[in-house]
Design a protein around this ligand. Structure first.
Ligand SMILES: Cc1cc2nc3c(=O)[nH]c(=O)nc-3n(C[C@H](O)[C@H](O)[C@H](O)COP(=O)(O)OP(=O)(O)OC[C@H]3O[C@@H](n4cnc5c(N)ncnc54)[C@H](O)[C@@H]3O)c2cc1C
Length: 375
């Protein structure tokens, strides 16, 4: 009989348990790593819980490689839903978009044409047809062109995080919540060795993944790395409906984005209202404006009421693109920081786990490597 030594599993601290960290940790655990999730608050209650949560690539035409990554993100969600089951987190059903201004409408139609030429599925319908076939509660003109992106979806981020973390813990992983990462210790060769937490404990680890969302720059600072981030706040409001939610999918109505959040609640967001955050307008007033716009799009929401509002910061590296992968100057330190993290979480989780444990550097991440930020 041979006497070959059995390799110990690699112990990885995943710092931040939003959708991105949960997806990275779940993939690492499935590949045999020992995962320790660490979160300053509770899993899934960061930006992931205050997101419009629309899974799409139609809004990502700014760069072809970014669009392609988001398309891969959509496919990874479908695969994840097949693997763990779709219950309580995965809501396919497509996405609708229309405008009330001819110039904006022309822009939407032009984007749809470009997307079609890239092989992305899009259908053009009319207001009357959409009301008849899909969404009877919408107030929109009969003749207005409506874009339907049938492969898009929305995700309940907090529920998905709960499912993934639950599976990792059931497989022997660990969750440390309500404790902050305060320090990352390195050895004489500069590689990651320990993580110190605000509860006074210090963990021995082989690797760390910085998935701290809006807090990522601070975590990067612990290994003397500068991760420049943009300041881009957004305001999200949840409303309680008096009866069952009157819409069935995520949509961009004129000036307002709306989606279901449960059988009786909805999420509202608008880039136009986000633009008012820095004017000093109170969140309660921003919520009132969102509610008014939503009621214009769906008159049945007349007797709905505002339940919760939060201003959240998008985790966006300075150039607008994700920062994902190893940082060669700090062996054992990896980044997984991204806006569109709802769409991208599952694909980033799969690619990063393959890189960390299998040494596979995916070509799809070539434009999104952490090294592009000069130190
Ligand atoms: C208004 C708005 C609308 C959006 N709409 C969409 C959309 O429609 N589609 C889409 O794909 N994306 C959207 N996004 C972006 C998306 O929500 C985020 O990219 C995604 O949720 C980021 O997930 P995350 O896991 O990186 O961050 P988070 O969910 O914030 O998780 C990070 C975690 O790190 C923890 N943490 C931070 N610092 C520390 C520390 N020092 N120690 C320990 N833990 C720490 C936090 O407690 C938190 O739980 C939107 C964002 C906003 C704000």
């Amino acid at each position: 009989m041979g006497t070959g030594s059995v390799e110990r599993p690699r112990r990885v601290a995943v710092i931040g348990v939003g959708i991105v960290g949960a997806c990275v940790g779940w993939n690492l655990s499935r590949r045999g790593a020992e995962v320790v999730f660490i979160d300053a608050g509770r899993p899934g209650e960061g930006v992931t819980n205050w997101s419009f949560s629309w899974v799409n690539a139609s809004n990502k035409t700014v760069r072809r490689s970014y669009f392609d990554l988001n398309v891969a993100g959509m496919a990874a969600h479908r695969e994840l839903a097949r693997t763990i089951g779709p219950d309580s987190w995965w809501y396919p059903g497509g996405h609708l978009r229309w405008a009330d201004d001819p110039a904006v409408e022309a822009k939407f139609l032009k984007t749809a044409e470009l997307l079609g030429s890239w092989g992305y599925r899009v259908e053009v319908s009319t207001g009357a047809e959409v009301r008849r076939r899909l969404e009877p509660a919408l107030a929109l003109p009969d003749e207005v062109p409506v874009l339907l992106y049938p492969d898009e979806a929305w995700v309940h981020g907090r529920h998905l995080v709960g499912r993934l973390v639950g599976q990792v813990v059931a497989a022997g992983g660990e969750l440390r919540s309500a404790t902050e990462v305060r320090d990352i210790g390195t050895g004489a060769d500069g590689s990651v060795r320990t993580v110190a937490l605000s509860d006074g404990s210090r963990l021995d680890v082989d690797l760390v993944v910085n998935a701290a969302g809006p807090g990522s720059s601070q975590i990067a600072g612990l290994v003397a790395r500068h991760l420049p981030m943009r300041r881009e706040p957004g305001v999200v409001t949840r409303i309680d409906c008096a009866r069952a939610v009157p819409i069935h999918r995520a949509m961009h109505a004129p000036h307002i984005e709306i989606r279901p959040d449960s059988d009786t609640s909805m999420v509202l967001h608008s880039r136009e209202i986000d633009a008012l955050i820095d004017t000093g307008e109170e969140p309660a007033e921003l919520a009132r404006l969102l509610h008014e716009l939503a009621r214009r799009a769906v008159p049945e929401l007349a007797d709905s009421r505002i339940a919760q509002t939060r201003v959240a910061f998008r985790p966006i590296p300075a150039d607008g693109f994700p920062s994902v992968g190893a940082v060669p100057s700090v062996p054992g330190y990896y980044e997984a920081v991204s806006h569109s993290g709802i769409t991208l979480g599952p694909v980033l989780g799969r690619l990063l786990a393959a890189e960390i444990l299998g040494g596979e550097r995916s070509e799809s991440l070539a434009d999104f490597r952490p090294e592009r930020f000069p130190q």
